[in-house]
Design a protein around this ligand. Sequence first.
Ligand SMILES: [Zn+2]
Length: 116
Amino acid sequence: MADIQTIYSILLAKSYQEQLFSDLIGIRKREAGGRETLVTCPFCQKERHFSYNRDKPVWKCWHCGEGGDWIAYLQKAKGLDFKDAVLWLARDARSTTRFEVSLPSRSAFVGVDGDR
Ligand SMILES: [Zn+2]
């Protein structure tokens, strides 16, 4: 059984953030020694204000304040519900690793948001 932290670990090792955020437009600007990437926010369209991290499954817009983990991004950007967002990530993680997914409660993610 794999929980979401395991899924995130697998995906981070694959630089999944570059795939997840690949359809965002705008100039990509690296900051914090390359750990942070700034790009145009898909929600408020502000250039170079949407930030995602190389080491953690988090993102945030410094203009409109939207942010969260990758599940929250899939929910907001793709219109998925929580369960489908977890399954989306699990499917992409599973391309290299086989496991069963257990669905955790949303409360398990409190504390991920905004932790830079
Ligand atoms: Zn924004």
